[in-house]
Design a protein around this ligand. Structure first.
Ligand code: DGJ
Length: 730
C-alpha cells in the first residue's frame, strides 16, 4: 500500500519506492510534515519542528508550541486568517470578506487515478499501479470545500497533486488564487532551478540560491513559455547531477502559471506552483466546482539526473497518449526552411524525390498552403487549399507523395486569424479583444477567442474537414503569437478575467475532440518552437517542435535544458542548412545530424540541392536513427557533461533491457594543448563486459566497472565535433 493514514498521529503517509510525502492533521489544519527520502515513520509535527520567540504573529494555536498558524508548515495555505504569508488559496465572498479557514473534514483512498474535469492529467495504464488520496478541507463559515487529490505512482517514484474547489454555499464567490501545489519546507538552505528563455532560445537552465523574500518565474501572456517553463525545483546546495536532494515540480498546464519560493522571516520556505493569480478571477456560483491543474512531483535523493529520469518516464507513459505514444515515429522532411512561402507542387515533389532516395518517411508541408497566403500577412483562418500553388489540391499532392512511398504531413495554425482573411471579415468579434481598444497585432495576426464554443466548433470542423478529405498522417499545430487585449465579446464584465483560463479550457476541448476523431494521425505541437512546451500539451500531442533555432550548437543548450523535465522523444529536432538561418553559424552535417538524432529526427532544408557527399552521410545518419531510435527514445538518459558548464556536452542512454549503451559526445570549441576529457559512464552492471561496436573502435571490450570508474576518452577535440559510440553488453 502506498497510502497509509495513521489514526494515532493523524498523519497521511504517501510512499513511492524511494520517496515519502507526509502531511498531518494538526489542530484541524492540514499541515505539511515531510517530503524526502523514504522513511518508515516520523514524529508528530508538535515534536518534530519547533519555533521559539515569536511576536507579531496572530496567536491562534493556544495549546501548542507552534503559537501561530503563521509559522506552521502548511499543505494548502489560505488567506485572511492567522497565516499571513503568500497563500495557495485566496477568495472574495459575496459579503466582500476574504477570510478562508480550511479545516480537515474527511478523506478517502481510491485505487487508480481519476481524471480531472476539462483538464489534462496523468493517467494509469492499470489501476494496480497507482493509489489516490482525496482529502476534503472545509470552511464551515462559507460552506466551501477544497478537495486535495494526491496520486502515488509507487514504482515510478512520482506523486501528482491537484485541487478542486466546491462552493457549497448559497451565494457565489470569486476565486483569486488557487495554487495546485503548496508545501512549506522547514528551512531555506536550497537553490532554485528553473528554465528560462525567449523565442529561439528556449529552456536555458538557471540555478540560484534562495534568498529571504519571493523568488518566482511565471507567465502572463496566455501560453506557458518560452520566457519561463512551468517547472521549478528546489535542490540542496550540494546537489549535482548524481548526488544531493532535488524537489522537482512540473505543471500540466499550457497557459499563465506561477512558480515561486517564498522564504519568510523565520527562514521557512513556501513553494507554490499553479495558475497565475495575476489578472485571474473565477466566479464560482453556488453549487459549482473549479478544477485547478495537476502538478507532477519528482523527488530525488540522488541528484538532478534522477529527478529528470522520473519526469521522463511519467511523461512518456502516463501523460502522452494514443497510438504514437510507444512506437517510433516517421522521419521527416519539413519544407519551412527549404522554401518558406515560396513553393509550388513541383518544388515540393523535387524535395520529395530526394527524401525518398534518402529513406525519409514523410514530407511535411508547412505554412503557406491555404487561402492566398504567400507571406505572413494574411489568410490564417481560411483553411482551404491554394490551388495556384497546389493545382491538384492537398489530395493530389498527398497521393503523389504516397506513390513515392512518403507519408504526408500538414501545418496548421488553428488558434489564429489574420485581419486579412475571409474568417475575420465574416466574424470580427471572434478574436480576443477588448472593446474600444486597438487590437494589437503580432506577426500581423490576432488570436481567436477559444473561450467561445462557436469558435471552438468552427475550428474543430475546419481542421477535421481537411484531415477527413486528404491523406494526412501528421499535423503540426502551430501558435505564433501570445495574447494581448485578452477579452471576450461574449463574457460579462465580471467574467472578463476568466478569459485566459477559459481559452486554455477551450483549447484542450478542441484538441480532445480532434485527436480522438483522428487516432491514426500523429500530432506535433509548436508555438514558434518551444513557446508552449509543457506536460499539458503532451496529453494531446506527443511531441513539440523544440525551437525555431535549428542551429546545432544552440540546440545543444535548448535540448539539454528541455531534457531536465521532458524526454527526448517529445522533442522535434531537424537537420537544417548552413549557414544556419537563425544565427549564421556553419557546422558540419555530422554535428547537425548527431544533435538531431536525440529527438524526433528530421530535415529542414532543400534536399534537392544537397551534394552527393552530404546525401551519402545523410543516408548513414538515417540508417543509424532507424536502428537505434527506439532505444534512444525509450532508454534512460544520463547527462555526463553539461554544455552549460563548458564547451562540450555528453549524454549516455541505456536501453530498457540494459543491453545497449549509446554515448553521445559533442564538442563546440576545441583547445590546443589540453588532454582529452575522461567521462565516467553511469549505472552499468559492474561485472558485465561491454563490447564497443562503433566503427573504428569495433570489438574493443570494456568491463562495466572500468567504464564507470575509469571512464572513456572524449576524444573529439576540434570545433563542432561529435561522435556517437555504441556498446553492447556481452
Ligand atoms: C513557426 C514554426 O516554429 C516554424 O517551424 C514554422 O512552422 C513557422 N511558424 C511557419 O509560420
Amino acid at each position: 500500500m502506498s497510502i497509509i493514514f495513521n489514526e494515532k498521529t493523524n498523519q497521511f503517509h504517501l510512499h513511492t519506492a524511494s520517496t515519502s510525502y507526509i502531511c498531518e492533521v494538526f489542530n484541524g489544519i492540514l499541515a505539511h510534515a515531510y517530503w524526502g527520502k523514504r522513511v518508515k515513520q516520523i514524529l508528530p509535527l508538535e515534536q518534530l519542528y519547533k519555533i521559539k520567540n515569536i511576536n507579531l504573529a496572530p496567536h491562534d494555536l493556544e495549546n501548542s508550541d507552534w503559537y501561530s498558524t503563521d509559522v506552521l508548515l502548511h499543505e494548502f495555505a489560505t488567506w485572511g486568517s492567522a497565516d499571513l504569508r503568500t497563500p495557495a488559496f485566496h477568495a472574495v465572498y459575496a459579503d466582500g470578506s476574504t477570510v478562508t479557514r480550511f479545516r480537515y473534514k474527511g478523506h478517502r483512498i481510491l485505487k487508480g487515478k481519476p481524471s480531472l474535469c476539462g483538464l489534462p492529467s496523468t493517467y494509469v495504464n492499470s489501476d494496480d499501479t497507482c493509489e489516490t488520496l482525496e482529502i476534503e478541507l472545509f470552511d464551515d463559515c462559507k460552506s466551501v470545500s477544497a478537495f486535495l487529490l494526491y496520486s502515488v505512482f509507487e514504482e515510478k517514484d512520482i506523486i501528482t497533486r491537484s485541487v478542486r474547489i466546491a462552493n457549497g454555499g448559497k451565494e457565489s464567490m470569486t476565486l483569486k488564487t488557487v495554487e495546485s501545489f503548496c508545501a512549506d519546507f522547514p528551512n531555506d538552505n536550497y537553490d532554485m532551478i528553473s528554465l528560462y528563455g525567449a523565442w529561439a532560445r528556449e529552456c536555458h537552465i538557471q540555478r540560484a540560491p534562495l534568498f529571504n523574500g519571493i523568488q518566482a518565474v511565471d507567465s502572463k501572456h496566455g501560453a506557458s513559455g518560452p520566457n519561463h517553463n512551468p517547472f521549478v525545483a528546489l535542490c540542496s546546495k550540494d546537489a549535482t547531477e548524481t548526488s544531493g536532494e532535488v524537489f522537482g515540480l512540473a505543471l500540466m498546464y499550457s497557459g499563465n502559471f506561477y512558480a515561486g519560493a517564498a522564504v519568510d522571516r523565520y527562514s521557512r520556505t513556501r513553494l507554490l506552483l499553479g495558475l497565475n493569480s495575476f489578472n485571474f478571477e473565477w466566479n464560482l456560483g453556488a453549487g459549482e466546482e473549479f478544477q485547478a491543474p495537476e502538478v507532477i512531483m519528482s523527488y530525488s535523493s540522488e541528484g538532478i539526473g534522477k529527478m529528470s529520469r522520473q519526469f521522463h518516464k511519467i511523461i512518456a507513459k502516463n501523460v502522452c497518449r494514443g497510438k504514437w505514444r510507444d512506437i517510433e515515429r516517421p522521419t521527416l522532411i519539413n519544407n519551412w526552411e527549404a522554401t518558406y512561402f515560396d513553393f509550388n507542387e513541383e518544388k515540393l515533389l523535387n524535395i520529395a524525390d530526394a527524401a525518398a532516395e534518402l529513406g525519409i518517411d514523410m514530407l511535411v508541408l508547412d505554412d503557406g498552403w491555404f487561402g492566398k497566403r504567400n507571406t505572413d500577412n494574411c489568410s490564417l483562418g481560411d483553411w482551404y487549399e491554394n490551388r495556384e500553388k497546389l493545382p491538384g489540391g492537398l489530395k493530389g499532392l498527398g497521393e503523389k507523395l504516397n506513390q513515392k512511398g512518403l507519408k504526408f504531413g500538414l501545418w496548421f495554425e488553428p488558434e489564429m486569424v489574420s485581419p486579412d482573411s475571409d474568417l475575420y471579415r465574416a466574424h470580427p468579434d471572434w478574436c480576443l479583444h477588448t472593446a474600444n481598444r486597438p487590437r494589437t497585432e503580432s506577426r500581423q495576426q490576432l488570436v481567436l477567442d477559444f473561450s467561445r464554443q462557436d469558435v471552438c466548433d468552427y475550428i474543430v470542423k475546419s481542421v477535421s474537414d481537411v484531415l477527413r478529405e486528404n491523406p494526412i498522417a501528421y499535423v503540426k499545430w502551430d501558435m505564433n503569437r501570445h495574447m494581448s487585449e485578452a477579452g471576450s465579446a461574449l463574457l460579462k464584465a465580471e467574467n472578463q478575467r476568466e478569459v485566459f483560463h477559459r481559452y486554455i479550457l477551450g483549447l484542450y476541448s478542441v484538441l480532445e475532440r480532434i485527436t480522438t476523431a483522428f487516432p491514426e494521425v500523429l500530432f506535433e505541437s509548436c508555438s514558434s518552437g518551444g513557446g508552449r512546451f509543457d506536460a499539458g500539451m503532451f496529453y494531446y500531442m506527443p511531441q513539440t517542435w523544440t525551437s525555431d533555432d535549428s542551429d546545432a550548437v544552440e540546440r545543444l543548450y535548448i535540448q539539454e535544458g528541455t531534457s531536465l523535465v521532458y524526454p527526448f522523444r517529445t522533442m522535434g529536432a531537424h537537420i537544417s542548412a548552413v549557414p544556419n538561418h537563425q544565427i549564421g553559424r556553419v557546422t558540419p552535417l555530422k554535428l547537425r545530424g548527431d544533435v538531431a538524432m536525440l529527438g524526433q529526427f528530421g530535415f529542414e532544408l532543400d534536399l534537392s540541392k544537397m551534394s552527393v557527399e552530404d546525401k551519402e552521410l545523410s543516408k548513414k545518419l538515417i540508417a543509424f536513427y532507424k536502428e537505434y531510435g527506439e532505444i534512444i527514445h525509450s532508454g534512460e538518459v544520463y547527462k555526463l557533461a553539461s554544455v552549460f558548464e563548458g564547451k562540450s556536452s555528453a549524454f549516455q542512454i541505456i536501453s530498457e533491457d540494459k543491453n545497449t549503451v549509446i554515448v553521445f559526445l559533442y564538442n563546440i570549441q576545441g583547445k590546443v594543448g589540453l588532454p582529452s576529457k575522461i567521462l565516467k559512464l553511469q549505472n552499468l552492471e559492474a561485472n558485465a563486459e561491454y563490447v564497443e561496436i562503433t566503427d573504428e573502435k569495433d570489438g574493443t571490450v570494456y568491463g562495466g566497472d572500468a567504464l564507470m570508474n575509469v571512464g572513456i576518452l572524449q576524444d573529439i577535440t576540434h570545433d563542432h565535433a561529435s561522435e556517437i559510440r555504441v556498446f553492447k553488453r556481452k
